[in-house]
Design a protein around this ligand. Structure first.
Ligand code: AGP
Length: 625
């Protein structure tokens, strides 16, 4: 949420900042801006809306400065407009600040600064930082000390980039509970919230730890703790393979990513499961240890530790939470340990009952979600073993847990998660089988059979994708709906929730997911002939009951759509439209039932002319609590 970049070196800073920001637009696209020091003067250019607006503005200004900072915003305080866009400057116009995070005591600081004569122009919490530094500077001292004195007054979590007209030879960067990386080149340095943004220029990176400040020059970086003590840290070498963003002929990244799911599943499964006759091996690294990139990889719990576990707590948000709900059922079914799944933001202010026999798992595509990280840190502080499931081996999550399962999705560009969802599901299947084998709660034969079934999933997903024209035809019939209800039971209740989330995010149509059996306890009141009800109906333990719940909806004249397996005659008779998928064992069905629902949301969104890859009000990485 919000991306920070910086550059100083021999190149024109503005185009470099822009190219770094392009890699960070997933963090927010409410506005973007840069501050550069041009001929000894601080110069700020910013524009509301997508990064392309800033790009157009810069094309008219042609700045030639060699130093600058930049920002892409997801609004927290103050509407998305030019004034609230970052960078923010102090009253003298000589200090510029870009900020990611929330300053919780900004109102009190602002009032105090206004009383001291400082004039504010924006509604943001961030502007207070620029004025505070200016005020501290007026009291004297070196810039580093001035910033450190200012930081002592800030309450909250934040990452900052700071430039001052008086010091055109340096950028200051601050990390307090976020991620920031400094890229080191030949006589040039880069700053970015996500090291991916500097990879196009250099693979030598220094990551800021928590509560550190960096003084960056063209010759390198000096790091200090918040009490001013210098810290020595060598750069790490990142994977230098180029970071490619390409739609590869697809109309949208979302469509490409939905179609990448068979590959992503194969890659994630084969990484940890070489052959159904072999044990699952989580010790394999996702990065070359030679690359010395400083992140954890693999799972390092001993057999004794696994046998001693008596509880699992899973923390996640959004789509990752839905994957975790499936994970809970799998883990309880196969491993026989009670599992609690929490929306990570709900942990704050609550008594978290974990202990030394608990395994706490954080699930996060980005590995940067503030709520999820906070929950895992709390569990860790109470003595729980920790584990992460993420798509980013270089994320903050990777740094705070020694046990990491990394999904093999490549970068997910579209803000709506699709391929990372199925890869998170695959990770839970692998983890459940792994723990069950270690604890002896499933037989070797059962484990082998399950591994074989898992390996057949990518082909089934391919078969569903091959039916997308039929799915498109059905989807568009329901594109004029204002409310859509999704229902499912058991393993496919999370599918209903995820289906509804995808439709909301992508089409802005109001949609809700319910446990099918809950419909009659209230939600059924919203049904009439204008409300489509999408039922996930898989043969197995809950088939009959789910069908009865769908009948209850049909009796209220709702339009009836179903995700059912090929040849389900009952489904063909009961529902107006059938999204059919190849027959699949109920236990594995969440891996395939979601695919037609992803496509349905995609086709409706595209048909309605929505911004498929960057839906309004959203950001890919949510780094505020
Ligand atoms: C998914 O489509 C969403 N954009 C969102 O719910 C997302 O899953 C959530 O913000 C969690 O993100 P994370 O997996 O990066 O932690």
């Amino acid at each position: 949420m919000c991306g920070i970049v910086g550059y100083l070196g021999p190149l024109n800073a503005a185009p470099v900042l822009l190219s770094e920001l392009k890699c960070l637009e997933y963090r927010g696209y409410d506005s973007a801006g840069v501050a550069v020091i041009e001929n000894g003067r601080l110069c700020v250019m910013k524009a509301a809306g997508k990064l392309s607006n800033l790009e157009n503005l810069l094309a008219t200004q042609h700045p030639t400065a060699k130093v600058g900072i930049g920002h892409t915003r997801w609004a927290t305080h103050g509407v998305p407009n030019d004034t609230n866009a970052h960078p923010h400057i102090d009253s003298t116009g000589t200090i510029a600040v870009v900020h990611n995070g929330i300053i919780e005591n900004f109102e009190e600081l602002k009032e105090d600064l206004i009383n001291k004569g400082y004039a504010f122009s924006s509604d943001t919490d961030s502007e207070v930082i620029a004025h505070l530094i200016s005020y501290e500077l007026s009291k004297g001292g070196e810039m580093l000390d001035v910033i450190l004195r200012s930081l002592k007054q800030l309450v909250g979590a934040y990452a900052l980039g700071i430039v001052s007209q008086e010091h055109p030879d340096r950028i200051y960067a601050v990390n307090h509970h976020y991620s920031l990386s400094v890229g080191l080149g030949q006589d040039e340095s880069f700053l970015a919230s996500d090291s991916m943004a500097v990879r196009q220029y250099t693979n030598r990176v220094v990551r800021l730890e928590q509560s550190e400040i960096a003084e960056i020059t063209t010759q390198g970086v000096r790091l200090f703790t918040f009490d001013g003590t210098e810290v020595k840290r060598s750069p790490i070498a990142m994977d230098s393979s180029p970071y490619v963003i390409d739609k590869c002929g697809h109309k949208h990244f979302l469509h490409k990513e939905i179609h990448e799911q068979p590959l992503v599943l194969r890659q994630t499964l084969t990484k940890y499961l070489r052959h159904p006759n072999h044990p699952i091996d989580f010790s394999v690294g996702d990065v070359d240890p030679e690359a010395n990139d400083g992140t954890a990889y693999g799972v390092h719990l001993t057999d004794e530790e696994i046998k001693g576990l008596n509880h699992i707590n899973v923390f996640a948000c959004g789509t990752a939470y839905h994957a975790s709900m499936v994970g809970k059922i799998l883990l309880e079914e196969l491993v026989g340990i009670p599992v609690a799944v929490d929306i990570a933001s709900e942990i704050r202010g609550r008594k978290l009952l974990v202990n030394e026999s608990t395994l706490a798992i954080a699930v996060s595509q980005s590995g940067e979600t503030a709520d999820t990280l906070a929950a895992l840190k709390e569990a860790k502080s109470k003595g729980a073993y920790t584990m992460g499931i993420t798509n980013r081996a270089d994320s903050h999550l990777a740094q705070i847990t020694p046990n990491l399962i990394v999904t093999e999705c490549g970068i997910e560009v579209s803000v709506a998660a699709t391929k990372t969802y199925v890869a998170q599901l695959a990770s839970f299947y692998l983890l459940a089988i792994y723990l069950a084998e270690k604890r002896g709660t499933i037989s070797a034969d059962k484990a082998r059979e399950m591994k074989m079934q898992l390996n057949s999933i990518p082909t089934m997903v391919e078969q569903i994708l091959a039916r997308e024209e039929e799915i498109k035809e059905t989807s568009i019939k329901y594109a004029d709906a204002h409310d859509v209800v999704f229902i499912g039971r058991g393993l496919n209740f999370p599918t209903a929730l995820e289906g509804a989330l995808k439709l909301k995010e992508l089409s802005y149509i109001h949609a809700s997911g319910y446990a099918a059996g809950e419909l009659k306890h209230g939600p059924i009141a919203v049904l009439d002939q204008n409300v489509p009800v999408i039922t996930v109906l898989m043969p197995g333990t809950v088939y009959e009951k789910t069908l009865s719940n769908a009948q209850e909806a049909r009796a209220r004249n709702a339009k009836m759509i179903v995700v059912a397996v090929d040849g389900d005659e009952q489904a063909a008779k009961t529902f107006d439209s059938v999204l059919s998928i190849p027959p699949i064992d109920e236990l594995f069905s969440p891996l395939t039932t979601i695919v037609p629902l992803q496509l349905l949301s995609y086709f409706i969104s595209d048909y309605l002319g929505k911004d498929v890859d960057q839906p309004r009000n959203l950001a890919k990485s949510v780094t505020v609590e």
